[in-house]
Design a protein around this ligand. Structure first.
Ligand SMILES: *Cc1c(COP(=O)(O)O)cnc(C)c1O
Length: 422
C-alpha cells in the first residue's frame, strides 16, 4: 500500500469539468509518480494506453451508467493492465533490463494482460489458464498473439494455475530470472482505476462539492480500492455500494464483523467476480486502520464505523442478476451484462432502503461488454448482443497451439529454464 495518498484541492477537482479524460488522467497520475516520470512522458503513456472512450449515460432520474468496456478486451481490466504495461516498459528502458511476467488467470485478467504487453520488446509474458473453464473468446485473447506472449492451457482449475505460478516465484533456482507478476494486487494497476471515478464525477455533477454514490461490481475488490483511493484524494463520494454476487464474504463481514472466506468460491454468471477471498481486502482493511492476513484471519479489526459509513455491500443472487438483465432491457431498451447487472441490482436495493438520498446522483459501472456473454443474453432477452470490432478481430484469428503439455511443476520449470537460456 502507498504510504501517502496525495490530496487534491477542491479547485483542482472542479477544474476537471473542463478537461477531457486524458488530461484528468495525466493530472492524477502525476500526483503519484510525477517526480519519477516527466509530464510529457506521462501524457504519452496515457494517450497510448487509454486510447478508448469512457461513455457515461443517464439511465433514469439520478442514476447513470459509466461504461468501462471499450478497451481492446472489452473489460475494465484494460485500464489497469494497459497503464501498468507502459509504465513498466518505461522503467525497463531506463534501467536497460528485461523481465518475464508470469500470471495465472481465471479468464479476463490473462487476456487484458496479454493484449496490453503484446510486442513489448523487454517483456515476455507467460499466462496459465484452466483449459476447460474459460470461454473460447477469453482463450483467443491469449492464444492468437504469439511474439512475446506464451499462453498455456492447463488441465485443471484456476487454483492449479495459480499454484504453478506461486511455486515458480518461490523457486530459488528461478530467483535471478527477473520474474514479475501483473495480477490485481499490483499497485500499478490500482492508480489507473481511480481515473474513471474522477472522470464520471466531473461529467455528471453541477454543484461545487456535490456528493455522489458509486455502485461497483466487485470480485477481487481492485475496482473498489481504486474508488476508495479517489475518495481519500478528495473526491466527494457519499457512499460506495460494493455489489457482489453469491460470494458474500464481504457484505456478511460488514454486518457481523466476522470474516469467513467462501471456499470454494461459488460459480455465478458474473464469472469475473467469483472470488471467495478477495486479495485487495487487505488494502481496504489498511485504509481503515485494520489488518487481515493472507489466510483471511483478522489481525486488527478496522474502524467499522468509518468503513460502514463509506461502504454498503449487497449480495445479488444469479436469479436476481438475470431478473435485472430482463427488467433493464424491458424498461430502458438497453442491454446490461451480468457484472453490470449485479451493480445495478445493488443500486436498486440501496435506493429502496434509503429514499432520503434519492436526490443524490449515482454512477454504476458497466465493467464488461454484453457480447462476451452471448448465451446468457440470448437466453434471457432473445437478442444477440453485437460484438465490438476489437473482439471480432480476435474471434477470427488463428490460435497458436499449446506450447507444451504441462502436468506437473517440473514440466513448467523445464519450460521456464529453456525459455531463459535465450
Ligand atoms: C475483474 C472484473 C470485475 C471485478 O473487479 P474487481 O476489481 O476484481 O473487484 C468485475 N467485472 C468484470 C467484467 C471483471 O473483469
Amino acid at each position: 500500500m502507498l504510504k501517502e495518498i496525495p490530496l487534491l484541492k477542491s479547485e483542482t477537482i472542479d477544474s476537471f469539468k473542463n478537461m477531457d479524460f486524458a488530461d484528468i488522467a495525466v493530472n492524477i497520475i502525476s500526483k503519484f509518480i510525477g517526480d519519477l516520470i516527466s509530464g510529457e512522458k506521462i501524457q504519452q503513456i496515457v494517450n497510448n494506453a487509454l486510447n478508448f472512450e469512457v461513455p457515461i449515460e443517464r439511465i433514469s432520474d439520478n442514476d447513470y451508467l459509466c461504461y468501462l468496456d471499450r478497451g481492446p478486451t472489452c473489460s475494465f481490466k484494460d485500464f489497469g493492465a494497459r497503464m501498468l504495461a507502459r509504465i513498466m516498459e518505461h522503467f525497463l528502458e531506463i534501467d536497460n533490463k528485461n523481465i518475464t511476467i508470469l500470471t495465472a488467470t481465471s479468464g479476463d485478467t490473462g487476456g487484458a494482460v496479454a493484449q496490453a504487453f503484446y510486442k513489448m520488446s523487454r517483456i515476455k509474458v507467460i499466462v496459465l489458464f484452466p483449459k476447460n473453464e474459460i470461454s473460447d473468446l477469453q482463450r483467443k485473447q491469449m492464444t492468437t498473439l504469439g511474439e512475446n506472449i506464451t499462453a498455456f492451457g492447463i488441465n485443471g482449475k484456476f487454483d492449479d494455475c495459480q499454484k504453478l505460478v506461486k511455486t515458480a516465484f518461490a523457486d530459488k533456482e528461478l530467483r535471478h530470472k527477473n520474474l514479475s507478476s501483473a495480477n490485481s494486487i499490483n499497485f500499478g494497476r490500482l492508480i489507473p482505476q481511480t481515473l474513471y471515478y474522477f472522470w464520471s464525477y466531473s461529467r455528471i455533477t453541477t454543484e461545487k462539492h456535490e456528493k455522489v454514490i458509486f455502485s461497483v461490481p466487485s470480485g477481487n475488490f481492485g475496482n473498489l480500492t481504486g474508488g476508495l483511493i479517489a475518495k481519500k484524494m478528495g473526491l466527494p463520494i457519499m457512499r460506495f455500494i460494493s455489489a457482489v454476487n453469491e460470494n458474500n464474504e464481504f457484505p456478511t463481514f460488514l454486518i457481523t464483523e466476522i470474516y469467513t472466506k467462501v471456499e470454494p468460491s461459488i460459480n455465478c454468471i458474473s464469472n469475473a467476480m467469483n472470488v471467495g477471498h478477495p486479495s485487495n481486502l487487505a488494502r481496504i482493511f489498511d485504509l481503515y486502520e485494520g489488518q487481515i492476513d493472507e489466510k483471511g484471519i483478522i489481525q486488527k479489526i478496522p474502524n467499522m464505523e468509518d468503513l460502514r459509513n463509506d461502504i454498503i455491500s449487497y449480495s445479488i443472487s444469479d436469479e436476481g442478476t438475470k431478473e435485472t438483465i430482463v427488467k433493464f432491457y424491458k424498461k430502458y431498451d438497453k442491454i446490461i451484462e451480468p457484472h453490470g447487472a449485479v451493480g445495478w441490482a445493488a443500486l436498486q436495493k440501496y435506493r429502496n432502503a434509503y429514499p432520503k438520498y434519492n436526490d443524490v446522483k449515482s454512477i454504476t459501472f458497466e465493467t464488461a461488454n454484453p457480447s462476451k456473454f452471448p448465451e446468457e443474453i440470448i437466453n434471457l432477452i432473445d437478442i444477440v448482443p453485437e460484438m465490438p470490432h476489437s473482439l471480432k478481430l480476435i474471434q477470427d484469428k488463428p490460435e497458436f497451439p499449446n506450447p507444451k503439455e504441462i502436468n506437473t511443476y517440473s514440466d513448467f520449470k523445464g519450460f521456464l529454464l529453456e525459455e531463459f537460456q535465450d
